[in-house]
Design a protein around this ligand. Structure first.
Ligand SMILES: Cc1cc2nc3c(=O)[nH]c(=O)nc-3n(C[C@H](O)[C@H](O)[C@H](O)COP(=O)(O)OP(=O)(O)OC[C@H]3O[C@@H](n4cnc5c(N)ncnc54)[C@H](O)[C@@H]3O)c2cc1C
Length: 506
């Protein structure tokens, strides 16, 4: 086999162990590692994989937290040589600029390549995340509250199917006909099986399929199981003239206080039309009182340290078209937050790039320090992995889910923090297991939460995807016929099932 390896590929060695893990802290193995620099290289890797029946695991920056990029044998494909970013023809309807980006380009590199006055809105917290990884997970993050997930920012993509067939998909041009998908070189379209309606929430669990939709959207969020992204055309948006943010501190012991403040802010800034605020609520994030204590104990983060103790925190970011729009919106936000029971005197505000960067560092510090703590604990308890949840509920269940979490976590006695995208009713619980017994108790608690949230019509994986770590949740969320339909979609597009075989578990 070795003599016939494509030139961009080599056998794996013991030095590669670090490549075979991601931020889930799970690890795997691979026989070979490939470093494609061109689309032809990817095609050569796929031909080799098919010829030798080897699984293919595409890898971006491996910041994913569901082990999606962790290989289980076969070929691990590293896209770090495919980072090219170039201007693409602008949006024909609006003239907005677009960028053509290779799968290995990072979010930070995409942001740096945006022309002045424009920005790429997806913000999955980790600036090192790659275009391929964000595309495969349909990543979102804080700003997806206003701008939507990655799907809303991809105008076109070039994808290689398992057999190396290139597929050019352009939003608005290449649509399904009902559920029929045209594939190059095939005499007839592939007719996909119908999937049940999706949850009324953010959702990154399983395939996205609706009749007559843009074919591109089936591949975005498919976790590398249906094709490999060779390049993506990214849609940019006008950068807001003014960005500012408020950090307010609701009662940490009462989840209803956070729910009330969230509902009031959403209502006040959701309205459109005459008299509506021209500043838009772009992100709405929450941190429970334990998360704030955790940050104060483990870091010298100045934002966490200036927060009043015993309180939760609510982060609201606003984007405004002009400085004039800002003052009225600031007053409105502070009235709304005061009416919902937070003390305006303790709130922190940011309206300069430096101040906003401090808030951003504060938000990033929490998941990063959770991971670091678990790394420390793993030295004495190697069986520990992060127990992070990623579930979302419909708007009318926010209060219920906050109570569900508070009561269940308190009764369990498990160490934990709760934080995340509360504007989308999408919070991450991170249980911090001290030993293997905590791991088992935490996993059981998540199963209970997941059962309730599925019954409320929520999503069990709203942005991180399923990967290999959350396959049980996909089974908990969808009926057997729905899972069979997803499995059939996979068979139709990846008949040898060589693309990311363990992902999704279907
Ligand atoms: C501290 C922290 C905070 C985070 N916060 C958020 C958040 O707020 N929102 C959010 O959505 N995510 C978040 N994440 C998760 C993660 O950053 C995102 O999922 C990101 O999109 C993964 O990108 P990546 O390049 O690291 O992908 P990887 O982890 O390398 O891969 C992810 C998946 O994409 C597939 N893939 C990679 N490249 C390709 C390709 N070219 N073609 C096909 N498939 C491919 C992989 O096989 C894998 O299944 C966070 C992670 C960390 C560590």
């Amino acid at each position: 086999m070795k003599a016939n390896l494509p030139s961009c590929m080599r056998a794996a060695t013991s030095d590669d162990a670090g490549r075979f893990r991601d931020e889930s802290r799970r690890s795997g193995t691979a026989d070979c590692v490939a470093f494609p620099a061109t689309e032809a290289d990817i095609a050569a890797v796929l031909a080799f994989a098919s010829g030798n029946a080897l699984p293919v695991t595409p890898q971006g920056a491996r910041t994913g937290i569901t082990a999606g990029a962790v290989p289980h044998g076969g070929i691990a494909v590293d896209f770090s040589r495919m980072k090219r970013i170039a201007p693409a023809p602008p949006d024909p309807a609006t003239g907005a600029p677009r960028l053509l980006a290779g799968p290995g380009a990072t979010l930070a590199e995409v942001r740096a390549a945006c022309p002045p006055g424009w920005f790429f809105s997806p913000d999955p917290t980790e600036p090192s995340a790659s275009v391929g990884g964000m595309f495969a997970c349909n990543a979102s993050g804080a700003l997806s509250y206003l701008y939507g997930p990655v799907r809303a920012s991809v105008a076109a993509a070039r994808i290689l199917l398992e057999d190396g067939t290139p597929l050019d998909l352009v939003r608005g041009r290449d649509r399904l006909h009902g559920l029929a998908l045209d594939l190059p070189g095939r005499p007839a379209p592939v007719v996909l099986p119908a999937l049940p309606p999706r949850p009324r929430t953010k959702n990154a669990a399983g395939y996205y399929l609706e009749p007559d939709m843009d074919a591109l959207d089936l591949f975005i969020g498919s976790e590398g199981t249906l094709g490999i992204l060779a390049d993506a055309t990214l849609q940019l948006r006008p950068a807001p003239a003014v960005r500012w943010a408020v950090l307010a501190f609701p009662d940490g012991a009462d989840p209803d206080a956070t729910a009330a403040a969230v509902a009031a802010l959403r209502d006040a800034f959701r309205a459109a039309g005459p008299g509506a605020p021209s500043a838009r609520l772009a992100a709405l994030e929450a941190f429970d009182a334990r998360a704030m204590d955790f940050l104060r104990a483990r870091t010298d983060d100045p934002v966490a340290r200036s927060a009043p103790s015993g309180r939760a925190a609510l982060y609201a970011e606003f984007h405004a078209p002009s400085p004039d729009a800002t003052e009225a919106a600031l007053l409105r936000a502070s009235d709304v937050l005061a009416a919902a029971g937070t003390d305006p005197a303790t709130a922190l505000a940011a309206d300069t790039p430096d101040q906003l960067a401090r808030f951003k560092a504060f938000r990033h510090a929490l998941p990063e320090n959770v991971n670091a703590l678990l790394d420390e604990r793993r030295r004495t308890h190697p069986g520990i992995v992060k127990l992070g949840s990623d579930m979302a509920v419909p708007d009318d269940r926010l209060r219920d889910v906050l109570r569900l979490y508070r009561d269940g976590l308190a009764a369990s006695g498990l160490e934990h923090v709760v934080f995340g995208h509360v504007g989308d009713n999408h919070l991450h619980i991170n249980i911090l297991p001290r030993d293997e017994a905590d791991m088992a108790a935490g996993a059981a608690l998540y199963r209970d939460f997941a059962g309730q949230i599925a019954a409320w019509g929520g999503s069990l994986s709203a942005e991180h995807g399923i990967g290999k770590a959350k396959t049980a949740l996909l089974r908990q969320m969808y009926s057997a016929p729905a899972l069979a339909a997803m499995s059939r979609i996979r068979d139709l597009l990846s008949p040898l099932r060589l693309l990311n075989p363990g992902n999704l578990g279907i």
